[in-house]
Write a protein that binds this ligand. Structure first.
Ligand SMILES: Cc1ncc(COP(=O)(O)O)c(C=O)c1O
Length: 505
């Protein structure tokens, strides 16, 4: 505990005064346990008796209270607050809390921070508190109930208990060797990535992978291509970095590579080939090969974001871009956010061999490395076959959820609605051709009033509004019953006039 003694007056007065100030200024919050007297005495270099006396005084005055057997705690209500609450006439005025005034910041932000604020705050949604809706088709969250948490925590407890001194020290910046090896083998087996463990950089999620790619490969003013519509995690980072964005249209098969090919020169391109975000197209092999050739002609890099590619439902997966690339241009990114849970903040970036040293330096400067023990647990999880077992099971679960969604839409909306992009991944795009764009937010509100969450696709467009009203429907966070009921309510909201009373019966 950090307590500063004033240096004047008796030691008892100094210890008592310092603790009282900590309590009054709320640095020691109500209910906080004060350190054991022996421990604090040792820390402050005073006798234990002095600390015992100071605690006694705080208790006598009502700043602290003893709980038998468990120590001394800061009082839930301070004497000053009691005086104010009672506000009795004639009561002595409450002592003023001595807080140091904090002046409004007069520090100017960097140009980068100013760009970040200019482009991002409105849409930064990660971790924001939100309204609970019982039928929330929120995109992006896996089914937490599906995650084998028991197994995870068992492995974590074992790793924690057995951690060696070396594992508790600084780890290798690009990741624990155990995890890099496990990931390289998994990615070769499951995703067709051609890599050695030395090419795997363990990162704190996809967002850090994007950030590192920009640090290593993009200068301010460089032109970088994005799918339009796109994942906003790319555009926020590119704009903050000062890059120029080149929007490239998307159709039902993903990036329109011919449009990229005929555009101006570009330094790099970010793509989601296994399940275009957000529209859901799966990039065909011919387009993949064309994209690689186009990158080659431009001397450009390709970032392949394989965020939910494990969840492929129809047909065989197409080889990933990285596996098709002979030119060392593709940087492959994946993360545990959809596979397990986003709070893990572990992802992987597979980089061409010649870039490994540069990415290592960038990672050192960013954070000196990702938390080691969690990496080791993930390595055990993969090595033990738990990841692939979990993927197999949750693919089947999500296929059932997807089928429930298709059936419910068929039943309640029939030909009035079209669901696209569900060949893979954890969400689809619901398009309602009869719904005018201007009614989109009305429908969303009418749904929310019925406990249903739906999410317009419009914010993901870069240059133009979407051709028609459409919503992202995430299905992995609900069970089949909730999906059926949610869609029934959505249809009811639509018919009640929320959104399109003039079009539908
Ligand atoms: C397209 C896309 N890529 C990646 C991610 C995962 O990001 P992260 O690994 O930073 O959680 C998401 C999450 O929603 C996503 O939609």
């Amino acid at each position: 505990m950090w307590v500063r003694l004033s240096g004047s007056g008796s030691l008892f007065r100094q210890v008592y005064g310092a603790l009282r100030a900590e309590i009054l200024e709320r640095r020691l919050a109500p209910g906080t346990r004060l350190p054991a007297t022996r421990e604090l005495a040792r820390e402050l270099g005073v006798s234990r008796n002095t600390v015992i006396q100071a605690y006694q005084q705080l208790r006598d005055e009502g700043y602290a209270a003893a709980r038998t057997g468990s120590g001394t705690f800061v009082a839930e209500t301070l004497p000053e607050d009691r005086v104010q609450v009672r506000g009795r006439r004639g009561a002595p005025p409450a002592p003023r809390l001595e807080r140091r005034p904090v002046r409004a910041a007069s520090l100017a932000p960097s140009a980068r921070a100013a760009r970040t604020l200019e482009f991002a705050p409105r849409d930064l949604v990660w971790g924001m508190p939100r309204r609970h809706l019982p039928y929330d088709f929120r995109y992006g969250e896996p089914a937490f109930g599906d995650a084998p948490l028991e197994t995870w925590w068992r492995l974590a407890a074992r790793r924690g208990r057995r951690a060696s001194a070396a594992q508790l020290g600084y780890g290798a910046p690009c990741g624990a060797p155990e995890l890099r090896a496990a990931l390289a083998a998994y990615l070769r087996r499951a995703r067709g990535v051609r890599c050695e463990p030395s090419q795997v950089v363990v990162v704190n999620g996809t967002q850090q992978a994007i950030d590192l790619v920009l640090r290593v490969l993009v200068d301010a003013g460089d032109r970088v291509a994005l799918e339009d519509p796109h994942y906003t995690g790319f555009s926020f980072a590119l704009r903050a970095h000062g890059a120029e964005i080149l929007p490239v249209p998307v159709d039902e098969e993903g990036l329109v590579v011919d449009a990229l090919d005929s555009a101006r020169a570009f330094r790099g391109v970010f793509v989601t080939p296994s399940h275009q975000f957000p529209t859901g197209g799966i990039l065909p092999l011919a387009r993949r090969l064309k994209l690689l050739a186009c990158a080659e002609r431009n001397g450009a890099f390709v970032v392949e974001d394989d965020y939910d590619g494990e969840f492929r439902y129809d047909g065989r997966p197409i080889e990933c871009l990285q596996g098709l690339d002979d030119g060392g241009r593709v940087l492959y990114v994946g993360s545990t956010s959809k596979l397990l849970f986003p709070a893990l903040r572990i992802g992987w970036l597979v980089v061409p061999e010649p870039l490994v040293a540069m990415f290592q330096q960038a990672k050192v400067l960013a954070d000196t490395g990702t938390a080691t023990l969690e990496q080791l647990v993930l390595a055990d999880f993969i090595e033990g076959g738990h990841l692939e077992r979990h993927v197999r099971r949750s693919r089947a679960r999500n296929a059932a959820r997807r089928a429930a969604l298709v059936a419910a839409l068929e039943r309640h909306l029939g030909r009035e609605a079209v669901l696209l992009g569900t060949g893979a991944g954890l969400h689809g795009v619901l398009s309602i051709p009869g719904l005018p764009m201007r009614r989109e937010s009305e429908l969303r509100k009418a749904c929310a009033a019925r406990g249903v969450g739906i999410y317009p696709i419009a914010p993901y467009y870069l240059t133009r509004p979407p051709p028609r009203a459409a919503f992202l429907l995430g299905f992995s966070g609900l069970d089949e019953k909730q999906i059926a009921e949610g869609i029934r309510r959505l249809a009811e909201a639509l018919r009640s006039g929320g959104g399109s009373g003039d079009v539908l019966p």
